[in-house]
Design a binder for this molecule. Structure first.
Ligand code: HEC
Length: 298
């Protein structure tokens, strides 16, 4: 359905209407995946019971408990195995178990399933595929990002890793990366403005990270982020998601050179995250920014 086109909602009435006169309508939940546009400014995302995720749970459940677990007290096994996992995998184990508990309230306290999840993640390198939630636009969040209140910063840091932000951005001093340090960015953008920059990277492009368009004398147009420039050459990365592929262009072969108004930061990075996760991410980035400035986090 195109945006701006109204949805037709059919309500079917029961054949046997109650004799008391009134008709009781039972609430219906829309479970389709149409984009229903900006009907609400801060959309609530309903976590669909995802069949792919259910399949994964079935696979995990079919595994036996690890041998090492049988020789150790439960908590000791869990603590030691979690400590050995890299942070993003540890977070993944936690969020998978939470999803499982939400989908299966009867197994809320099934600690052994948590053990199987940890073991599975430990043995499988393939990242768990995230499912698509929505093609986010910052204005759907209204001014909620400006009034975040208390948020789950731990989950925010997990989103920061899972959405691959950490690949291109530091939060504070660290090894040089392809994108700007976000603690610097939070001095200029906060709340809705910050979210806008993430959801729509081309809205405003950082002055030191402009995309360059270079027309070379063989007629080819090269675009990308310039990472090095000398008297004779320009080195650029055409696709930041493949940072190992660089192009070197002789300056003498350049016919025209301009900055493009499209960011090299990929769009759509948050499309597999929920509203709550996204708000936690914004709060997390701001909290780290404030800490390094020595300002109280709220
Ligand atoms: C593949 C590399 C890459 C990834 C992944 C990436 N970014 Fe960026 N980001 C950049 C580059 C390059 C810029 C500078 C160009 C611009 O301003 O659009 C940038 C700009 C930004 C800006 C605006 C800076 C400014 O001053 O205008 C914010 C905020 C930001 N990124 C946050 C994020 C967050 C949060 C994530 C994870 C959801 C993320 N980025 C993922 C490369 C990346």
């Amino acid at each position: 359905m195109e945006r701006g086109v109204g949805a037709v909602i059919r309500i079917s009435l029961p054949d046997d209407s109650p004799t008391t006169g009134g008709i009781r309508l039972s609430p219906k939940v829309y479970r389709g995946n149409h984009d229903i546009g900006n009907l609400a400014t801060a959309p609530k995302v309903e976590r669909k019971k995802d069949s792919e995720r259910e399949e994964l749970f079935v696979i995990i459940d079919a595994n036996p408990l690890p041998d090492t677990y049988k020789k150790m007290p439960h908590q000791k096994w869990v603590d030691s195995r979690l400590a050995a996992l890299p942070k993003h995998k540890r977070n993944l184990a936690g969020s998978l178990f939470n999803e499982f508990r939400q989908a299966h309230p009867d197994r809320r306290n099934d600690g052994r399933f948590y053990v199987k999840i940890i073991d599975y993640i430990n043995n499988n390198n393939a990242p768990v595929k995230r499912r698509f939630v929505k093609k986010w636009q910052h204005h759907w969040f209204g001014d909620t990002p400006d009034n975040l209140g208390k948020r789950n910063l731990e989950r925010g840091s997990m989103v920061f890793e899972q959405a691959t932000c950490a690949r291109c951005h530091n939060l504070g001093p660290g090894e040089k990366k392809l994108g700007p340090d976000l603690t610097e960015v939070t001095k200029r953008f906060r709340g809705s403005k910050l979210l806008q920059q993430i959801v729509k990277p081309s809205a405003e492009i950082h002055k030191d990270f402009q995309t360059q368009m270079i027309l070379v004398d063989d007629g080819r147009l090269r675009t990308g982020l310039v990472i090095k420039e000398t008297k004779d050459e320009v080195v650029l990365i055409p696709n930041l998601l493949k940072p190992d592929i660089v192009e070197t262009i002789e300056k003498s072969s350049i016919e025209e050179r301009n900055t493009a108004d499209v960011s090299t930061m990929p769009a759509g990075l948050l499309d597999t995250f929920s509203v709550e996760e996204i708000l936690d991410l914004v709060a997390y980035i701001q909290s780290v920014g404030s800490r390094t400035k020595g300002i109280e986090t709220k």
